[in-house]
Design a protein around this ligand. Structure first.
Ligand code: SF4
Length: 332
């Protein structure tokens, strides 16, 4: 499968044919299959799709954070700034995570230790990667708590994570991810627990970081956020990438029936009081993906070939690609 094209020329992150499986009591299934993507320096890419489609697994896979067992990276290469992540030793990986690649997860407590005060955790992260004094690291961290909108930042530095609300924990984790100005931020539904004003504040901070060529992989099911934040979009369905292209191409002329369905389900002012359309049917069980196109049971255009072969990503022009045989049919 061909990789998608970034709009910024040279790739910072290049993923080829990444496949991740999980083994459970009910058997083994592919959670992410044959994933190829490139992210350029300073580029922001939205990875979208319904829950369970493999977005988070892809992010965990490319940073080698898949818990093994039950998970397993079956195949794939991941190059970050030219270095091969899949063959790195633990020390090299640890150096990259948190410094060059920062991650913001849906669950803040996965990134914060319950045993130590917020200030200590943040300042230690700074000291690990910066040659500054403890006092300076403390002040730097406190300043970042302010930037992510934590009131009484000085006082909060002395709190334990459990003493903060979910939204505040989320903001601490965001501060931790952004403060070292990483080359790549991987953010998995980063602002779901936050109110709209704080969300806007965080997005503004992240966008400002792009001026320093920080790249962003934003995982979300919120297409509105993708429109605001991302230049390019990758759409996943049932473990596979089904479409990729510039934000404008994806939103204005989606080529894959699934992407079109996703966009039909978003409320837009221009549609007035028109009813929103659902995509009929259910996402197939990962234990039971059909042969051929995974979207076939829900697709109004499915034909014989869709049940026989796996659609590769066909070129639609202008950097847009769609894993749908309709693209091939159009050329006939
Ligand atoms: Fe529909 Fe076939 Fe295209 Fe899949 S490949 S989206 S089933 S037309």
């Amino acid at each position: 499968m061909a990789g998608d094209q970034n709009v910024h020329g040279q790739s910072l992150l290049s993923v080829r044919n990444l496949t991740v499986t999980f083994t459970t009591d009910d058997g083994r299934f592919k959670a992410a299959e044959d994933i190829c993507m490139d992210i350029g320096r300073g580029e922001s890419v939205g990875l979208v799709g319904e829950s369970g489609c493999g977005k988070s697994v892809t992010a965990l896979g490319l940073t080698r954070l898949i818990p093994n067992p039950p998970g397993c990276i079956e195949s794939g290469t991941v190059l970050f700034d030219g270095a091969d992540i899949m063959s790195m030793d633990t020390a090299a990986l640890r150096k990259i995570r948190g410094n060059a690649i920062s991650m913001i997860f849906q669950e803040p407590l996965s990134a914060l230790s319950p045993l130590h005060r917020i200030g200590r955790q943040l300042a230690e992260a700074v000291l690990l990667h910066r040659r500054i004094s403890k006092k300076e690291a403390w002040r730097f961290a406190e300043d970042w708590l302010r930037k992510v909108g934590i009131p009484d930042a000085g006082e909060r530095m002395h709190s334990y994570p459990y003493q903060l609300s979910g939204g505040m924990q989320q903001r601490v984790m965001i501060a931790m991810a952004l403060m070292l100005e990483p080359a790549l931020i991987i953010a998995d539904e980063p602002t779901t627990a936050l109110d709209v004003t704080t969300q806007a504040q965080i997005f503004d901070l992240t966008l400002r970081m792009k001026q320093n060529f920080t790249s962003l992989l934003l995982i979300t099911h919120d297409m509105g956020v993708v429109w605001e934040m991302c230049e390019r979009v990758i759409v996943m369905y049932a473990s596979r990438i089904v479409e990729t292209g510039s934000r404008e191409a994806i939103f204005e002329h989606p080529a894959h029936p699934y992407t079109a369905g996703l966009l039909e389900a978003i409320p837009r002012l221009s549609r007035g009081r028109q009813r929103l359309k659902d995509i009929p049917g259910q996402v197939p069980s990962p234990f039971n993906y059909p042969k051929g196109c995974h979207f076939q049971a829900r697709c109004p255009y499915a034909f014989e070939r869709c049940r026989r072969e796996t659609p590769p990503l066909f070129d639609c022009g202008g950097g847009q690609k769609s894993a749908c045989f309709l693209m091939d049919k159009a050329k006939e």
